[in-house]
Design a protein around this ligand. Structure first.
Ligand code: ADP
Ligand code: MG
Length: 606
């Protein structure tokens, strides 16, 4: 019997190994773009022919290679990026295995031209089947150009496995965008069959996102920025009303490397919680940065998966970073609330995230406690992590005899109803109260807003808000273009207690206002609602209604710095815990903080 085991010829073995690294044209795109970034390029051009099947070329203005490196870089495990094994744990560059160029050279025809900036002449090298077929000095621009031609020309079985041009080009575009989004300080272009499909100037991340996704994103982004010694999370997320039915526009990077992680995606999506319509996916471009020693990027050959030392911390941190960001965006209108409506329409006012607004948002004491810098350090051990999660997860829902009382806070409770808990008002902003398993610190404004929001939302379901008829109806004038819109939300406003009558010529009369919520400036409220609804990107009626309910809740809730009587506090606490959603405010912030008995015990030991 002839021997059936034999050693594979080297070039076949190489082709098999190469096939793991370069599975399709887009794998070469990723590797070549990453090499260009690693080489410090500030301008990178990607040229594609025939969906990369006949040509993938990357031209960069990076540091280039000398004649010797130009030859060596095609050897397997040739890399300038790792010296010793310890380096493996401190990788900061994109590539490090020294496999990409060797693999490309094993499965395609390759042409390299490269020149370091301080040398006059460059080097031109051609290879086929891993073998150098020509080397020459050449005049070329500083930097590197690598062309990969006729991928799998020598491995027909693999070539046959490539998908249609549309599919392969889609993969290439994905890889291109992953790198382009991660490095906004580098200019990129992509040309396919002679047509430029992307031309991305260098700029800020926000500019890059807008360039890639389109101008409409400019006003739809919420900035995320949380930094600690352990971990940074930065980037942009889409406002809730920009969520899509498909998962497409989600970009997560760890140390600027694009990754896929169902686990971390889950953290992001749950942070939006009830802000997102069912079955829709938020847009995000998020960067996690942490010491490479805490991650292992070797888990997956194409390096899109990642393992963290402690992924629960990363999960909790991302979730709170997103919540914080969402809260800041939603809080903005509330901060501007007292402004004249004509001022509110100004861009500078209606767009959130000015440094001032962020400052104001941050100074809200409650969430300082949970989004403070260095917070990650407090959740280092898994037992602490549990407490951290309690902020979000524990919300004992108490039912009580006073259930269903959704009257305004000023209504006095019957004298004989004994208080359930003793309440203490702190800084005219927080209510400290006893809970079954500990102590709660409730932000009175957020609590009241949530109560009112749910109350107004209920009004849609057939419990209209009682109306107080006006003795002297106020006139409301709208811009001609807004008349139609106000007319269309008139029935909704009526449910909310605002009775408007069309008066012709862009005018309306306000005949009645909510009886429970007297406010002299009802006309301004209507105008504010109109502005808010106008901004809604979703023209769905339900989206209008929700905005109206939120706007009214913000307008009518008690503000920080207001004194509350004991009865008002009790009523507020009772109503809060009769809410459907009593722990998280509709704009994403926690409404109260809880210190559990166990935590008290941990601290005091008895
Ligand atoms: P790795 O990137 O993992 O080191 P590669 O096979 O991708 O391995 O590249 C091998 C080496 O070739 C790199 O370490 C680098 O020194 C050099 N190199 C590759 N591409 C470029 C480039 N565009 N500009 C300068 N040097 C490059
Ligand atoms: Mg590389």
């Amino acid at each position: 019997m002839p021997n059936s085991i034999h050693v594979l010829p080297v070039h076949i073995a190489n082709q098999i190994a190469a096939g793991e690294v370069i599975q399709r044209p887009s794998s070469a795109v990723k590797e070549l773009l990453e090499n260009a970034v690693d080489a410090g390029a500030t301008d990178i051009q990607l040229v594609i022919e025939d969906a990369g099947k006949s040509l993938v070329q990357v031209i960069d203005n990076g540091k280039g290679m000398g004649a010797e490196d130009a030859v060596n870089c095609f050897q397997r495990h040739a890399t300038s990026k790792i010296g010793e094994i310890e380096d493996l744990f401190r990788i900061k560059t994109m590539g490090f295995r020294g496999e990409a160029l060797a693999s490309i050279a094993a499965v395609a025809q390759v042409a390299l031209k490269t020149r370091p900036h301080d040398q006059e002449l460059g080097t031109a090298i051609e290879l086929e089947n891993s073998v150098i077929t020509s080397t020459a000095s050449c005049a070329c621009s500083a930097g590197t150009s690598i062309s990969m031609k006729n991928l799998f020309f020598n491995v027909p079985a693999r070539r046959n496995f490539l998908k249609s041009n549309t599919v392969e080009l889609r993969h290439i575009t994905d890889e291109f965008l992953h790198v382009a989004l991660a490095f906004p300080e580098v200019s990129f272009s992509m040309t396919s069959n002679g047509q430029e499909s992307y031309h991305l100037d260098k700029g800020t991340l926000k500019q890059r996102i807008v360039q890639v996704m389109g101008n409409s994103y400019a006003s739809r982004l919420v900035q995320v920025e949380e930094k600690t010694d352990y971990l940074n999370v930065t980037g942009f997320i889409g406002k809730p009303d920009t969520a899509r039915k498909t998962r497409g526009e989600q970009y997560l990077f760890v140390n600027r490397r694009f990754i896929r992680s169902a686990y971390l995606n889950h953290a992001i999506v749950t942070a939006y919680e009830e802000l997102l319509p069912q079955g829709s996916f938020p847009f995000f471009v998020l960067f996690i940065e942490l010491d490479p020693a805490h991650i292992d990027i070797n888990v997956h050959p194409t390096k899109q998966e990642i393992k963290f030392d402690d992924d629960k911390i990363v999960y909790a941190f991302i979730k709170s970073a997103i919540r914080h960001a969402l809260a800041q965006f939603s809080i903005a209108p509330a901060l501007d609330f007292e402004l004249d409506p004509s001022i509110q329409q100004l861009d500078a006012v209606s767009k959130p995230f000015t440094a001032d607004q962020q400052q104001q948002a941050r100074s809200g004491g409650l969430y300082k406690t949970f989004v403070d810098r260095h917070q990650a350090h407090r959740i280092e051990s898994s037992s602490n992590l549990k407490n951290w999660k309690d902020f979000f997860e524990t919300a004992p829902k108490e039912t009580s005899a006073q259930q269903g009382d959704l009257e305004g806070l000023t209504v006095t409770a019957p004298m004989d109803s004994p208080p359930l808990h003793s309440c203490l008002h702190v800084q005219k902003t927080y209510i400290v109260t006893e809970a079954a398993d500990g102590v709660r610190l409730i932000h009175h404004q957020l609590a009241h807003q949530q109560i009112l929001f749910e109350k107004f939302n209920k009004a849609w379901e057939g419990a209209p808000i009682p109306i107080q008829r006006a003795l002297f109806p106020q006139a409301i004038h709208t811009a001609p273009s807004d008349e139609q819109l106000l007319e269309s939300i008139r029935p909704d406003l009526l449910q909310m207690g605002y009775e408007l009558e069309s008066f012709g010529k862009n005018s309306f009369l306000l005949n009645g206002t909510p009886a429970d919520h007297p406010n002299e400036n009802s006309a301004a409220i209507i105008e504010m609602i109109l502005e808010d609804v106008k901004d809604a990107t979703s023209k769905l009626h339900s989206a209008y209604r929700e905005r109206i309910a939120k706007a009214l809740a913000r307008k009518h809730a008690v503000r920080p710095g207001t004194s509350l009587t004991a009865t008002e506090m009790h009523s507020l606490v009772e109503q809060l815990f009769n809410c459907k959603q009593s722990k998280i405010h509709f704009d994403g912030r926690p409404i109260y903080m809880q210190i559990g008995n166990q935590q008290l015990y941990d601290v005091f030991g008895s």
